[in-house]
Structures are given as C-alpha cells and as structure tokens.
Design a protein around this ligand. Sequence first.
Ligand SMILES: Cc1cc2nc3c(=O)[nH]c(=O)nc-3n(C[C@H](O)[C@H](O)[C@H](O)COP(=O)(O)OP(=O)(O)OC[C@H]3O[C@@H](n4cnc5c(N)ncnc54)[C@H](O)[C@@H]3O)c2cc1C
Length: 340
Amino acid sequence: MIDVLVVGAGPVGLVTAIHAALAGLDVAVIDPRVGTIDKACGEGLMPQALEHLCGIKVNPPGIDFIGIRYIAGNKSVDAKFTKNPGRGVRRTILHDQLRNRALELNIKILDGKVRDIIQENSHVEAAGIQCRYLIGADGLHSTVRSQLKLNIPPKKNTPQRYGLRQHFTIAPWSNFVEVCWLPDAELYVTPVDDQTVGIAILGAETMDFWTIIAQYPELEARLRSVDPASKLRGAGPLRQRARARTLGRTLLAGDAAGYVDALTGEGMRMGFEEGKAAVESVLTNNLHTYESEWRKITRSYRILAGGLLWASNNRLVRPMIVPVAKTLPSVFTRIVNTLG
Ligand SMILES: Cc1cc2nc3c(=O)[nH]c(=O)nc-3n(C[C@H](O)[C@H](O)[C@H](O)COP(=O)(O)OP(=O)(O)OC[C@H]3O[C@@H](n4cnc5c(N)ncnc54)[C@H](O)[C@@H]3O)c2cc1C
C-alpha cells in the first residue's frame, strides 16, 4: 500500500507528486502515455506558476515574457507584470523537466490507465494499486471525476469552446504574450525559444486554424513563409464542471477539478497550487479543508475567466474589450497581475 497514487502525469500530476514526495509520502504517478507528453496549450507560465516551479527546484528553459498585450485591429494595450516575468516553455520540455525532478525524488512513474476506482474506508484501489489517498489530475475529461460521479453536465444552449495550437520556426518578435481578439476567436502568440513561437487559438469546435489566422493578416504574412515546428493539436471542450473536489479518499486537482476556459492562461498556476493544497490536506488526514482551499485558489480565475468568457460571447460587448482595456490601462494591468 502506498500513501498517494496520482492519476495523470501532466504538469499538475507531476507537481502534485513532487509535493507529496517532498513531504515524505510514498507516491506513484500513473499515466497511459509513456515518454514525453505533449498537449495543446498556450504554454505561458504566468509569474506565479514559474515561481512555484522554482520553489520545487524545477527551472524549465524557455523565453521570459514581461506581460500580456491585447490586440484588436490597429489597437493594442500592454499590461506589464509588476514583479517577475512569466516564461513561455514548450510542454514537452516542461514535462521532461518535471519528470526528471520526480525521478530524482524516487517517485514511481507507472504506465497504465485508471478505469475503475474502488473506495474503501481505509484505502482506495485503482489499476491494481492500493493507496491511502488517490489524487485525480487526469485532465479535462477526467476518468476519476466521472468514476466518482462528480461530473456536472454542460449547460444546455451554452456554446462549447475548444483550443488549437501549433508551433512555427521563427524568432520571437515580442517580449509579451500577444492575445489577439479576432472576430471569431482569440489567438495567442507565445515565444517558447529563440527560434520558435507557439500559436494557440480558442474558439468554436468547427474553427479552422488557417481561416482564423487569415483574420490577422500581419501574422499570416509572417507564418506563411516559415516551417511549422510541431503538429497541429487540439483540446476541448474546455468548460468542465465538478460537484465537489473530494469524495471519500479521493481528491481532484488541475483541469480534472473543473475548468472555465483558457482565456486567462493560468491553468497551470492554479493547478500547481491545487496540487500543493491537496497534499497538505492528505498530510492532515482532513480532506474537507481541500474544497475551501480549492475555492480560494480558483476564486479570481472563476470570476475573471467567467466574466471574460461572457464578454467574448456577447456580440455587442466583445468588440469593446480591447478599447476599454486601452482606456483603463491601470485596471487592465491590475487584472493581469491578479491572475499572474
Ligand atoms: C489552447 C489552450 C491554451 C492554454 N494556454 C495556457 C497557458 O498559456 N498557460 C497555462 O497555464 N495554461 C494554459 N492552458 C491550460 C493548461 O493547458 C491546463 O490547465 C493544464 O494542462 C492542466 O494540467 P493537468 O495536469 O491538470 O492536465 P493535463 O495536462 O491534461 O494532463 C492530464 C494527464 O492525465 C492523463 N490521463 C488522462 N486520463 C487518464 C487515466 N484514466 N488514467 C491515467 N492517466 C490519465 C493524460 O494522459 C495526461 O497526461 C491552455 C489550455 C488550452 C486548451
């Protein structure tokens, strides 16, 4: 019997396992994807996410960015981070760095997929492994969440949103993450190394990558003449809701615990904090504290991402987002720094 089984070796699963190992717990991580794991992501580590990683001795290489730039047509507005920079890091590099740190701490990384979960009074069993506690960090379409029947079905008539991403071999032209508000989607440009930028797009399930890029002719002109540096990847639907974060001896962290949207680019920052809080509640054998910690950690995200999502879905309000941010740059800067 081990202390903790973490389901999912994404960034949140590995950070959670690292916290558990640093606290002296016997921990294993299980994931069916062996080797380096990639995922559709904007790949911007906000300043607090980067600080969190450095605190567990993970300092992934990438390109630092000094803030967020919103662009719409010929208007743009910048919000600089007030303390530390964020960093654009390829997910594959982040995964390798986290996995190396986990192996250094003797965390067992197992190849397997969790299907059924058996909860007893004294332990949990999944994939033939018995553990005192199980932490589900298995992403948007969490098996752990659905096994525990904690899923809340999507609201009827609410449009579902999806994400796409691809990398291109081109030197970054900005030290901001650029967020371009296009008529049908939001497009993110993140520098990830000195010869590569990542393009992530958020929009409807039917969106086509190059049709969206064509709505931003300046970017299209840059990208058409350079080589793609990765395959096009997608993710979604993004909105996922859970009734609770714990049941019995099982906890949920990261996207598995519930997700609003990638609009604010802080999924990893929150997930890392959630993983740490989950381990702290395991250490005190008091899982009830985790639900309120989760609410605290995600509060600003739920309000701001929810508000921005509403604004972005409203045909009248959407075109006003960038002009309003430009009129109130200090408010925009404060919001970005609250998220970061
Ligand atoms: C387009 C887009 C752009 C984004 N941009 C940003 C950004 O710039 N910055 C940011 O911080 N966040 C961003 N996000 C959000 C970020 O990608 C997620 O919040 C983050 O990946 C969550 O990590 P996770 O470990 O919870 O889940 P995941 O990264 O999804 O990892 C889950 C892992 O669980 C494994 N798994 C699944 N089912 C099982 C099972 N049954 N048994 C065992 N293992 C299983 C999977 O194989 C996977 O490895 C973006 C998301 C999207 C879609």
